[in-house]
Design a binder for this molecule. Structure first.
Ligand code: 13P
Ligand code: 13P
Ligand code: MG
Ligand code: MG
Length: 373
């Protein structure tokens, strides 16, 4: 049977700053989804990572199905209502539009969806990240789908050896979806050249080249393109199918041990290490560090199993310590150089105004007084 996984995530308010939602808020989202679960033939799992609430749904209706999107939107509105009643910080932060018009994409929430023919067993992973942007998944996905140093299945798995097709989106383009298809391993360097620029090029989807089956999908919304100013980071979600003709769970998790530096952190304007954390973990130090949680589940005939929590395993403790040390080290240099994002990525924040005001104070020195070069 065909199943669609839809993960729709948003920040609609949090306790004590941008750190985590309240229990009542999460419950309000859950009960709104529960109201229509039967009617829409869906199963669901609600979770939170940092200050974002993720609604994961399994249903038979395909991607971009308006009633599913509308339900998620209404659930986030219900969460916003509770956030207002409780006086939470940033109530309704990610709901940038009031009127639902068919698709929640482009309204603020992050959306990752894929439809597939269910395998007899269908294990998959949901990654939810806070205080970062969709490009945070570029490196881990590149390593687990294109690099045999991380994915031994590319050498050992008969159905993986032909490699994977990457669909990469130019998220700076506001006129529409500007995408390119590139094949690993032939186009490996081209894939790398694009994915290194995590604020502009983002992995949207990955497909197995032997079977044509979709392996992964990432949310690609850029809030600043919708709002025209900084209103919070595009805290992304990513779904990855695992095992048999896809990388093994452990091959998809392995790159997170790098705790690579990603854009986000305080005010969405810094670089910080991506720390793998248990489900339901908030953020703390310098509104961070950027965090990623993982739900490992199976879906069978449209129903979810309970979720395993791979990043709660003792292995990740020393990795978390390493990420904390990297975060502190980077923070030692405050706003200088790589600690803060380049101007091009801050253009929707207050610094633009300051630099605009300085513009007329710049003077061109007369040529005769110019310093000889
Ligand atoms: P299975 O053969 O059970 O899928 O496990 C192999 C594997 O992927 C272990 O990493
Ligand atoms: P969020 O995007 O997670 O709300 O964080 C915003 C922020 O500015 C944190 O410092
Ligand atoms: Mg927030
Ligand atoms: Mg957030």
């Amino acid at each position: 049977m065909k199943t669609t996984l839809s993960c729709i995530k948003a920040d609609v308010g949090s306790i004590g700053g941008h750190i985590q939602p309240s229990r009542l808020l999460v419950e309000a989202v859950r009960s709104k989804i529960a109201e229509q679960a039967k009617e829409l033939k869906l199963d669901y799992a609600i979770s939170h990572t940092g200050d974002d609430v993720a609604i994961l749904m399994a249903h038979p209706h395909g991607v971009s199905y308006a009633p599913i999107h509308e339900l998620a939107f209404r659930a986030f509105q219900a969460g916003t209502e509770v956030a207002r009643q409780q006086g939470l910080y940033g109530a309704g932060q990610d709901l940038l539009k009031d009127a639902f018009s068919g698709n929640v994409r482009g309204m603020g929430p992050e959306v990752a969806e894929m439809e597939f023919e269910e395998r007899p067993n269908e294990p998959f992973l949901l990654f939810a990240a806070d205080k970062t942007s969709p490009g945070a998944f570029n490196l881990p996905l590149y390593l687990s789908f294109a690099d045999p140093m991380f994915c031994s299945g590319l050498l050992l798995g008969p159905k993986l050896m032909k490699g994977f097709r990457f669909v990469i989106m130019d998220v700076d383009c506001t006129e529409g979806d500007r995408v390119i298809d590139l094949n690993a391993p032939e186009d490996l360097y081209q894939i790398a050249a694009l994915l290194r620029d995590t604020e502009r090029f983002v992995v949207e989807a990955i497909y197995n080249r032997t079977t044509g089956e979709q392996a992964a999908v990432v949310s690609t919304s850029r809030l600043r393109n919708i709002a025209g100013k900084y209103v919070g980071k595009d805290d992304p979600v990513c779904l990855v199918r695992v095992q048999s003709d896809f990388p093994a769970t452990g091959e998809v998790l392995a790159p997170y041990a790098l705790t690579h530096y990603v854009a986000g952190f305080m005010r969405g304007s810094h670089n910080g290490p991506l720390m793998p954390v248990s489900q339901g973990t908030g953020v703390s130090y310098f509104d961070g560090p950027p965090v990623v949680s993982c739900h490992a589940m199976c879906v069978h005939q449209g129903r979810f199993t309970e979720a395993a929590d791979p990043f709660s395993h003792p292995f990740w403790r020393s990795i978390q310590d390493h990420a904390a040390a990297k975060a502190v080290e980077m923070r030692r240099q405050g706003f200088f150089g790589p600690a803060m994002l380049p101007y091009s990525d801050l253009e929707y924040g207050g610094i633009v105004q300051m630099l605009d005001e300085l513009e007329p104070r710049f003077k061109m020195r007369p040529a005769e007084k110019a310093v000889p070069v």
